[in-house]
Structure formats: structure tokens, C-alpha cells
Design a protein around this ligand. Structure first.
Ligand code: MN
Ligand code: MN
Length: 437
């Protein structure tokens, strides 16, 4: 998130955050009252897109109307912990990371990136990628098969319509039954108000990025909505197999890019639109404390997003990207947080997709054949074969099984080891002969 296309002026965060108090006044006094209904709204999002299959969030016109000017406080642990929203590093370092509240504990989880990771029968496999930045056809790690493929935004460099159309075509062609996409700050053409508006430096926003002329932004947004086999979410939900997925492209202001909101109330109000009954939350930006540490050792996550996630929504999974260097998985034991950034800090598409499995709710929703069929190499293995290999492994030992079963059977051995010992294998760590399968 910290690099910009050519021609973009350098500079850090601009606007939005008011001067911060010293840490000792950082925790809100209980007697302070929020008084945020006096002024008109300054945040610009008023977009909702309803479709027959989706649930659109509450109309922002009916939402309260605080501004980003007034101090904003986020609360945690049933309002017993509060802190200012505007500086995530200060909030995390001085308040949130010092708390013993269970919802604020952060544990690292080994990402499940295994190409041929086993899964229990009758589960819904979700595969997460993000921040491909136009390099979707050059990803160096294979994309595992699964039922749902999620892309958490920044699928372009800077929103060129041709790149958006190519990405939609690529994504729609993936073998997963459902493909979910949200935008990120780089996908500027998809933010109509931003692309056709004026940047903070007074220049037309599109001119900052598209030096060869204005792109057809209408066609770009149409591609998102009209590509077959692609579910585009912009502050909307969709239910798949009984699980509610909600997607939102917004993130705290960063160098005046698309889908930016000032920290504080604008973000807080945006997250209030997320339905409480969300099982899998997809946002472009991370919450503070989870996969949000940038290379300068600063936190870039959203304090109010963490509050919404831990205090109200409590989803099973929260998938995001944006902070490339924050790739990985963490948990607070209630929600698993997945930073699925495919590109590294240096914009190389080298990070492996991250997968998770959910127990199936509606077994008839997705054809079972889809679970096994793919073009990315998952091997179908029968129950009888699993039993045979398990027996041989117990009797002969895994090395013997490996020797016994030459290609393609050693793939089955990997399945087996994984299911028996609970070990996770990253395909990149396998011997070359296996990688080439
Ligand atoms: Mn990015
Ligand atoms: Mn981003």
C-alpha cells in the first residue's frame, strides 16, 4: 500500500486526522459525551447497489450525521475500554495491545496455503487472494480449488479499464463455483465519485493516474457488475451455502486514493452498515492489530473496524489485504483474520492464496462434482484409496509409502500425511519434482 504509480506526488497521510493528544489523555473519560449529531455529514459515500440476489446495507441517508472533525472514540470489551480512532499506532500501542480483554488478544496462525490441503468431507472451501495489482496471470503460487474464491481488492495497478476487463475475465474463468470481488484504493475507475472528482491537490483525480487520457470508467464499472460468474460486492452481502459474505472496499484515508474515508466517524459509520449476521467479512483494509503493520513499524489498520468486528459483528472470518507486508493469519479466538495480499511489499505476486473450510450448511447448494473438479491440480482420491494408504503408512512408514507410490500417487501421500499428522505443507516447500506436478 505504500507505493504509488508514476506521477503521484509523494507525501504521507493527508487531512482527516486531527492533532492527537498525548497518550495520558488518550483514554476517554467516562464523563465525556459524544456530541456528533450537530454537523452535516462530510463523508461522501452515498452509494448502494441493490440486486436481486444481494442484501444492500442501510441507506446512509438515514444514518446519523457526525463529522470527521470531532474526536471519535472506539470502544471495546463491552465499553470498558475506549480509545481515540484517529491514530491506529497510538491506539494500539498505548491502549489496545496492553489490554487483557480476550477480544483484543492476537495470536498468529499458520496460514493454510497448501495446494493440496486436505479437508473434511462436506465442507465449503474458501480460497482467499488480494492485491494482485494487475499480475493475476503471473501469480507464482497456484490457486487451490475450492467452492468460493475471494479477492479482497487492489486487483489493478491504478484502475485502467482494460486491466479491469481482463481481470474480470480471468476471475470469472476460475474453476471455483463462486467468485467474490471487492475493490481497493488502487481500483480508482471503480469509484465513480472519486474518478470523476477533484483530488486534494486540485487536479482532476483521473489525471493523477491516467496520463494517456481518461478511461471509460462507466465500462469499467459495468464489467464488475455484468461479468458472468463474478459476484461484485460494494457494501453488500451475499449468502452462499447458508453463510453470509459481506464486502466493502473502503479504507482509512491514504494519500487521497479511491474508496478512502477519513479516520474517525466516516469509517465508523461505514462499518455500522455491516450486518451483524455476517459470517465472512471482506474489507480491503485491515483492522488495527491484525496484519496491519507497515514496513515503517506503524499500524495502518482501522481502529473502528476492529471495534465493529470484535464488539458487534464477530464474524467467523475477516478477509482483507491492502497492507502487503501484513500477509498472514491471526486470531482472537472468535474471528480469524486473514491478510491475503498476494503481492509483496515490492509488488511481486509471490504470496500463496490462503484457504479455510467451513462446515456445509446446505448440501444441495453446490454440486459436489465442483468440489473435486478443477484445473489447478487437486487430485481426486477415493475413500478406499485413503484407507489403503493409511494402512500402508502405519505398517510400512511414510517413507516406504512414498517409495511404493511413484507419481502420481505421492500426491496422495501428501494428503495422507496432512490428514494423519495435521501437518501443513506449503507447495513451495516441497521438492522440485512435486512442485512440477
Ligand atoms: Mn495493494
Ligand atoms: Mn490497497
Amino acid at each position: 500500500m505504500n507505493s504509488k504509480p508514476r506521477g503521484v506526488p509523494s507525501g504521507g497521510r493527508k487531512g482527516g486526522a486531527p492533532p492527537l493528544p498525548p497518550p495520558n489523555s488518550y483514554i476517554r473519560q467516562k464523563t465525556n459525551k459524544r456530541n456528533h449529531n450537530k454537523r452535516k455529514p462530510t463523508w461522501r459515500n452515498a452509494k448502494t447497489h441493490a440486486t436481486a440476489n444481494k442484501t444492500t446495507a442501510t441507506d446512509p441517508a438515514t444514518a446519523p450525521t457526525p463529522t470527521s472533525i470531532e474526536p471519535c472514540y472506539a470502544s471495546f470489551h463491552n465499553n470498558t475500554i475506549t480509545c481515540r480512532s484517529e491514530d491506529p499506532t497510538l491506539a494500539w500501542n498505548h491502549v489496545l495491545s496492553k489490554s487483557t480483554a480476550p477480544c483484543l488478544q492476537v495470536s498468529s496462525v499458520v496460514p493454510r496455503t497448501l495446494f493440496a490441503s486436505p479437508r473434511a468431507p462436506e465442507t465449503l472451501r474458501v480460497v482467499c487472494i488480494s492485491d494482485t495489482h494487475g499480475k493475476h496471470r503471473r501469480m507464482t503460487k497456484d490457486i487451490p480449488a475450492g467452492d468460493v474464491l475471494i479477492h479482497a481488492g487492489d486487483f489493478t495497478n491504478c484502475g485502467h479499464t482494460s486491466q479491469i476487463k481482463d481481470f474480470c475475465k480471468w476471475m470469472a474463468g476460475m474453476p471455483h463455483t463462486h467468485k467474490i470481488l471487492i475493490c481497493g484504493n488502487h481500483d480508482i475507475t471503480c469509484d465513480k465519485d472519486y474518478y470523476n472528482g477533484t483530488a486534494k491537490n486540485g487536479q482532476a483525480s483521473w489525471k493523477r493516474f491516467h496520463h494517456n487520457g481518461k478511461n471509460d470508467d462507466v465500462a469499467a464499472r459495468r464489467a464488475l457488475r455484468e461479468t458472468k460468474n463474478l459476484i461484485y460486492l460494494e457494501d453488500e452481502s451475499i449468502v452462499i451455502d447458508g453463510y453470509s459474505f459481506y464486502g466493502s472496499p473502503w479504507q482509512p484515508e491514504f494519500c487521497d486514493w479511491a474508496f478512502n474515508l477519513d479516520r474517525g466517524y466516516p469509517c465508523k459509520m461505514m462499518w455500522e452498515k455491516i450486518p451483524t449476521a455476517t459470517d465472512i467479512l471482506i474489507t480491503h483494509g485491515p483492522p488495527v492489530g491484525h496484519g496491519d503493520m507497515v514496513s515503517q513499524q506503524q499500524r495502518a489498520g482501522c481502529v473502528d473496524l476492529l471495534s465493529a468486528v470484535t464488539e458487534r459483528i464477530r464474524p467467523l472470518y475477516h478477509v482483507f489485504g491492502h497492507v502487503h507486508e501484513g500477509y498472514g493469519v491471526t486470531t482472537n479466538q472468535t474471528t480469524t483474520f486473514i491478510n491475503a495480499s498476494t503481492c509483496t511489499l515490492s509488488y511481486r505476486p509471490n504470496n500463496a492464496p490462503i484457504v479455510f473450510d467451513l462446515p456445509r450448511k446446505n448440501l444441495n447448494t453446490i454440486p459436489s462434482t465442483k468440489m473435486e473438479s478443477n484445473n489447478s491440480g487437486i487430485i481426486k482420491i477415493s475413500a478406499k484409496m485413503k484407507r489403503t494408504i493409511a494402512l500402508l503408512t502405519l505398517i510400512l512408514g511414510s517413507c516406504c509409502v512414498f517409495l511404493l507410490f511413484q507419481q502420481p500417487w505421492h500426491i496422495h501421500y501428501i494428503f495422507l500425511k496432512d490428514s494423519v499428522n495435521g501437518l501443513l505443507f506449503d507447495r513451495s516447500s516441497l521438492p522440485t519434482t512435486m512442485k512440477d506436478l
